[in-house]
Write a protein that binds this ligand. Structure first.
Ligand SMILES: Cc1cc2nc3c(=O)[nH]c(=O)nc-3n(C[C@H](O)[C@H](O)[C@H](O)COP(=O)(O)OP(=O)(O)OC[C@H]3O[C@@H](n4cnc5c(N)ncnc54)[C@H](O)[C@@H]3O)c2cc1C
Length: 371
């Protein structure tokens, strides 16, 4: 896939070099290549999709466009942010569904909806009201016997799919369309005379007309080193994978629970519990699902791998940062928080429209001042 760093000479130049081969970097590359630009994607890991994008809950959920309550946004902010994110999410899910079909991923973008369970009727009613205000389709109904018939909302327009499979297929596809993917080396913006002219890797530099920072939770630190303010909140999440029990009738859509912002999803033979917010271990995640669905948890054997965790890149505005930074030559596509899978293709498209067509969209603007 792509080329290794040693096969690329210093003279090679690109229209765009991207820092980060996660969902956002790869989707940006995809849209830029479709518009005829030459692209190089770099990542510090040895393979694409090994950052936050590696093991998520797989929900394509425009229904969750509002920032999480736990992140400290007021109700008015949640509505206003929710409106902007919802419109990008709706477009994005449309693009992902089409792209997944092109990539031969039949199970990706499944139109089965998502269910969300609430700890009490007050939070349930508040969420239903917010959905109504935003125009998000929601059916009020009990969660079903397996989940203690707790109050729940069913979002029929949500979809789901394995983000990791999608990202790997996308990486292969963009490489086959001419992108170079340089793995295994940390990159930093290469600044000359107050302008970013590409990236600096450990053993060489790559020149490009435009540089895109899509380094997930590491974006804030990399931006700060370049004198750019890209403030993020930290929101750790966990994932624990089990073999799917064969003798239980599980719903064929993901099930979220609102109390700890976690979800139960099935990917083939694997059942994944994932999410939670800011916890030091996977224990609270297991505990909450044991309280909600004891019969299900009894039927699970031991996890099939060690618990996995990552820090979500959460912008302080609750909306992703997409666009031009204060430093000439440097663009940003990050800060998608709990919505990065849902928003990836729409964000990639928007960034490409900005770079290629000069489009601007103040809803997702990057903080203006350099430190
Ligand atoms: C438990 C969990 C469940 C989730 N569930 C969902 C869900 O159901 N639906 C949804 O929409 N979203 C979900 N999300 C959110 C979503 O997964 C993230 O928003 C998304 O993966 C972020 O993608 P990214 O490309 O910004 O970051 P990443 O995937 O982290 O990609 C950034 C890449 O940059 C690389 N990098 C960092 N520093 C450097 C450097 N100096 N040089 C080169 N490369 C560098 C990293 O190695 C990484 O590969 C979930 C997140 C978590 C943690």
């Amino acid at each position: 896939m792509g080329k290794t760093a040693s096969h690329i000479t210093d003279e090679l130049e690109y229209d765009v070099v991207i820092i980060g081969a996660g969902l956002l970097g790869l989707s940006s590359a995809d849209s830029l290549i479709s518009r005829g630009l030459s692209v190089c994607v770099t990542d510090i890991k040895s393979a694409p999709m090994e950052g936050v994008s590696f093991c998520n809950s797989g929900m394509l959920h425009p229904s969750q466009a509002s920032p999480w309550l736990q992140l400290g946004f007021s109700e008015a902010q949640r509505l206003s942010v929710g409106k902007d994110v919802l419109s990008l999410a709706t477009r994005s899910v449309e693009l992902i569904t089409k792209r997944a079909k092109d990539l031969g991923l039949a199970q990706c973008g499944r139109a089965k909806g998502c269910l969300q369970i609430f700890p009490d009727t007050d939070s349930w009613a508040a969420a239903a009201q917010r959905c109504d205000q935003l125009g998000i389709s929601n059916q009020r109904r009990p969660a079903g016997a397996l989940f203690g018939d707790k109050p729940a909302l069913f979002y029929a327009d949500d979809r789901s799919g394995n983000a990791y499979d999608y990202g790997l297929a996308l990486a292969e596809d963009i490489a086959s369309r001419g992108a170079d993917i340089v793995m295994g080396q940390g990159a930093a913006p290469w600044i000359v005379d107050g302008r970013v002219i590409g990236v600096r890797l450990g053993n060489r530099d790559i020149r490009a007309r435009h540089t895109v920072l899509a380094a997930g939770p590491q974006s804030e630190r990399l931006a700060a080193r370049a004198g750019i303010n890209l403030p993020m909140k930290r929101a750790a999440g966990w994932a624990v994978n089990y073999r799917k029990p064969v003798d239980l009738d599980l719903p064929d859509y993901p099930v979220m629970e609102a109390g700890q912002c976690s979800a139960l999803s099935v990917f083939g033979d694997t059942l994944r519990l994932s999410g939670s917010i800011g916890q030091d271990s996977a224990d609270p995640l297991i505990k909450i699902w044991t309280a909600i669905a004891p019969q299900l948890m009894d039927a699970l054997g031991a996890p099939i791998a060690e618990p996995w965790s990552a820090i979500r890149p959460v912008s302080v505005t609750g909306k992703p940062y997409i666009g031009r930074s204060a430093l000439p030559g440097l663009w940003v596509n990050t800060g998608h928080g709990h919505m990065g899978w849902t928003l990836c293709a729409g964000s990639g498209e928007l960034l490409a429209e900005m770079i290629v067509d000069g489009k601007s969209d103040v809803r997702f603007s990057v903080p203006a001042q350099a430190d």
